[in-house]
Design a protein. Sequence first.
Length: 557
Amino acid sequence: MEFRKINDDITVSPQITAADLAGIAAAGYRSIICNRPDGEGADQQTFDEIDAAAREAGLVARYLPVVSGKVQDGDAEAFGTAMRELPGPVFAYCRTGTRSATLWSLSQAKVLTPPQILAATKAAGYDMAGVVRRIVNGGKTPTDSGDAGFDVVVVGGGAAGIAVSASLKARKPDLEIAVLDPADIHYYQPGWTMVGGGIFEASTTARTMGSLIPKGVHWIKAAVAAFEPEKNAVILDGCRVVKYDRLIVCPGLKLDWGKVEGLVETLGKNGVTSNYRYDLAPYTWELVKGLKGGRALFTQPPMPIKCAGAPQKAMYLSGDHWFRTGILPRIDIQFMNAGGVLFGVKDYVPALMNYVSRYDATLNFFHNLIAVDGAAKTATFAVNKPDTAPATVEVEFDMMHVCPPQTAPDFIRVSPLADAAGWVDVDQSTLRHKTYDNVWSLGDVMNAPNAKTAAAARMQAPIVAENVAADIDGLSPHAVYNGYGSCPLTVERGKIVLAEFGYGGALLPSFPKWLIDGTKPTRAAWLLKEQILPPVYWKAMLRGKEWMAKPEKVSAS
């Protein structure tokens, strides 16, 4: 918790937790304003959790969510109104505090002079020069010139962003590269399935962002507000402008928790959990250990989602625990899948079906979660089976693992880089943007028809790095992506079905069949997932060491 005081009326802060509210009250604050939408980060508590703690501490809380980088004049007016209506002093927060500082600055445009706004926010640790430019420019951020400029700008510091920066820096050590990401912590998200299964500790999946930024690469700790590719410009939170020669876009995707009615309010309690959130994966394991009988639901939303096997991985590891402890006969496992198949590549389905039978799980296809009543322990599903009238069904549960609906981030969906569905529009072989020749994309955010997995990003990073380097040298892109993705399906503790495939469901095994037959559960694949892949991720992929990921090259025709 940080107190970044702007003046006697308002202090802003990066993300807080419910545990911070007593300290905020003790410091003399009387009201809380949350400017961060629920579900924006994988380690973020919901406003309902903050609100409950605020009331317990005697504070008034108000929810004024603003999408990162999308502060509108109406948002600023609402913030100013809240400042007048709420008892003061007020403590406002978002991911980094920048949105809250921006809202305050814009709300004061008619009261304070630009120098007064700049001085107050600078004292709190925020540079509002871009906001002041917006104020004096009639509400628009000019992009003809920038606050900074780089040879290559990488949007996103997740697996894809760090890996491609490291691979590009290894090829072109003299390049000026900047990574734009507001997060303090970088997560090894493939490990969260193992946390939810009681195998990994959550803390082993998190490291500071600063420790992972490649040497010689600049880290700009800010969120992106908008793209202006015609002017080679990226606009950041706080209306700052970064110019580039080449742009690589890989901010991941958005977990849309709010799309399911009632879900945000009940996450982390009432038996509702998800391995898709850092702080909830341990709760999954608590629920699995504590359940001695009843119904366990595991949900999967419509595609696309990151790691399409993750919802059923949670089911298998849970079922395995109940099987080993002898209580499986007392538990009714139901897999609620919005799609029509268990897994998209048919070669792996027979092995998975053996485990569905082992755990006596019922498969419910075309069932999409649309609402949750946590207190009543009921879930509502829209059922849209082919050749059948649409219906809704209500299902009671004792435990439910939810995979949230997923979409491209808001600032991507509304940008010139997006296709009609909101994903970055790339050539699926070169990963170059179809319209803007100096823009590339990789990871979960782009629209190539591949599985959205960390393994896919590991393969894509060297390809994008190779093609960007070739473009700098005046050559055509010559590294091609075959759609490779991998999904280690944890079917039981100690065995994994290692699904590896590319475009069109083509099998792309990395190992000889005598070592790992991906269509069968093997101990070797488990050892790969548990002991080998985490250090490969931290020590190879994120450092530009392309272990088993050298890009395939083709001659230019």
